[in-house]
Design a protein around this ligand. Structure first.
Ligand SMILES: [Zn+2]
Length: 64
């Protein structure tokens, strides 16, 4: 189990308290770290797109 420390208090890392910024639009959003790990990312280099940009990127990849 990993946890973060805020001052002297420990906080468990849960799926609902880890946030990142979307590299596309800069919006802050919650991220599921396990999904990042499963996708082969890590805490330092992973860029996680928000739902909207993920959908937009998926749509752009589709042949028109
Ligand atoms: Zn975005």
């Amino acid at each position: 189990m990993f946890y973060i420390k805020v001052g002297k208090r420990k906080r468990n890392i849960r799926e609902d308290n880890v946030y990142t910024r979307c590299p596309e639009c800069g919006r802050e959003h919650a991220v599921d770290l396990w999904e990042v790990f499963e996708a082969g990312g890590d805490l330092y280099t992973a860029g996680v797109y928000c739902e909207e940009c993920t959908a937009k990127r998926a749509a752009e990849k589709k042949p028109s």
